[in-house]
Ligand binder design. Structure first.
Ligand code: PM9
Length: 468
């Protein structure tokens, strides 16, 4: 039984930032003409714009957090030894305590961990079920010879559905795959906390418990994408029966204890500008990961990171799991989301924890999906007010490797991603006003054609021109 969503993260101001500001970074305001020139020069791809031309940067919450005084102080404790850095052992003990896995292998960021895990666990021709794809995760699965199979619940593909656990796996879809290909061709279930591409949507503990039982029966490990799992734990506390009195920390441990390992981009939940890790409980998998990390990342006690980065990460994990941090984090995202809802902007419901996702299909119904409506809309937000956002639709989904056709995802979204501890409510007000202004002139907006398409992860570097 699910409890109705509480209003604590909604309209009422029941929270404030649990910090004060010690240093500021000055922003540059630009004219509309300057922004038009900048976006044309960037081929209408916000990834190719320069940060100096951006006023409010909602491109991503990845590596964009403001670090605390304690994290910066930790940077001064960096033990920059090639091997056996003190900071590694400190990070190892923090990860073991908060996430609970036996073994840790640090990596430079999340995709470094995905690379190691995919190479170790996936064999050519394997099928990897997951609760919706993520761009880098799926690519590493494919490069290792696997095929990603989406087994997320149907509600996740419907932006208007208010289902509170859109990150859940549909057991029937998972079972259909296992019956079809056999459990020995399923190396693991890829389970992402707070599913990014679905709008930052959590899975429930009840679903994870069912998955654990199913996977135990079939001998399939569950590998967690822990990137935003602290935020998933927050939503379980808010929405799931039986968790109201548990701490975010306890819920995080409960999730991790039910999984066999994880990949992590520490650039999100863990409040650092760079870093990641791979964790597991299995001795053999650990030995392979420790061996492979020296090929691609660096020695197994730094994995591509400086000692100071690992120290900042250890402290970031401690801060990120506090109740005050999470209340302010989700509170700010809800603040913007409610403002957009009030202005009649079509957004993904329920509001997630790291971003507001605008439904470009409903915002720009006159633009065909192959004319990249979400890409065009992201460019418009930049032109309107220097707000940098990201396309999460047809461009991000890429092409089917077999047919070569665009994958045409059901969700055609623009992500307004909120960096942690960076912007104020006044910035959120400016964003809401700018989005409403673009909505008022939405009929004038035209689609785009792609004029350059790189082979991998095309959304990062593709270039576009407006359709005449
Ligand atoms: N996510 C994001 O902006 C950064 C790059 S992709 C546009 O959302 C998940 C759930 C992620 C993620 C990165 C990675 C990869 C794995 N899983 O960027 O390599 O959201 O640290 O992590 C981005 P790294």
């Amino acid at each position: 039984m699910l409890r109705p969503m509480k209003e604590t993260t909604a309209k009422k101001r029941t929270w404030a930032e649990p910090y004060k500001i010690k240093m500021v970074e000055l922003l540059r305001m630009t004219t509309r003409e300057e922004r038009l020139e900048a976006i044309r020069g960037a081929g209408y791809n916000t990834f190719l714009t320069r940060s100096r031309d951006v006023y409010i940067d909602l491109l991503t919450d990845s590596g964009t957090s403001a670090m605390s005084d304690r994290q910066w102080a930790g940077m001064m404790l960096g033990d920059e030894a090639y091997s056996g850095s003190e900071n590694f052992y400190n990070l190892e003990s923090v990860v073991q305590e908060y996430y609970g896995y036996k073994y840790l292998v640090p990596t430079h960021q999340g995709r470094g961990a995905e690379h190691l895990m995919s190479q170790i666990l996936i064999k050519d021709g394997d099928h990897v079920p997951g609760n919706m794809y993520f761009t880098t995760t799926r690519l590493h699965q494919e490069l290792a010879g696997g095929k990603f199979v989406d087994v997320i619940v149907d509600e996740a593909h419907d932006s208007a559905s208010h289902f509170p656990f859109k990150g859940n796996v549909d057991l029937a879809k998972l079972d259909a795959l296992v019956q079809e290909v056999g459990a020995d061709r399923v190396p693991y279930l890829s389970l992402e906390g707070n599913v990014n591409m679905a709008g930052g949507q959590p899975f429930s503990m009840a679903n994870l418990r069912e998955l654990r039982a199913y996977c135990d029966k079939h001998g399939i490990p569950i590998m967690l994408d822990a990137t935003r799992t602290i935020e998933n734990a927050w939503f379980i506390r808010e929405r799931e029966e039986g968790y109201a009195d548990k701490s975010v920390r306890e819920i995080l441990r409960e999730i991790c204890d039910m999984t066999d390992g994880c990949t992590m981009s520490a650039k999100k939940d863990a409040l650092v500008n760079i870093g990641g890790f791979f964790c597991c409980n299995d001795d053999d998998v650990f030995r392979k990961a420790q061996n492979l990390v020296v090929v691609y990342e660096g020695l197994h006690t730094y994995g591509g990171l400086a000692g100071r980065d690992m120290e900042a990460m250890a402290q970031g994990i401690r801060e990120a799991t506090t109740e005050e941090h999470m209340a302010a984090r989700v509170g700010q995202v809800y603040y913007l989301g409610r403002k957009l809802e009030d202005a009649g902007i079509p957004i993904v419901e329920p509001i997630g924890s790291h971003a507001i996702f605008i439904d470009a299909r409903r915002f720009l119904p006159h633009i065909d999906q192959d004319d990249y409506p979400a890409q065009a809309l992201a460019a418009e937000f930049f032109i309107e007010a220097g707000i940098r956002t990201m396309e999460r639709g047809n461009v991000s989904a890429g092409r089917d490797p077999v047919t070569g056709e665009n994958r045409h995802p059901k969700l055609e979204l623009v992500r307004l991603t909120i960096p942690r501890r960076v912007y104020t409510q006044a910035h959120m007000d400016v964003v809401a006003e700018a989005v409403a202004d673009v909505y008022a002139r939405r009929d004038e907006i035209r689609g785009l054609k792609m004029v350059y398409e790189p082979e991998y992860l095309r959304f990062f570097q593709a270039r576009f021109e407006p359709l005449s």
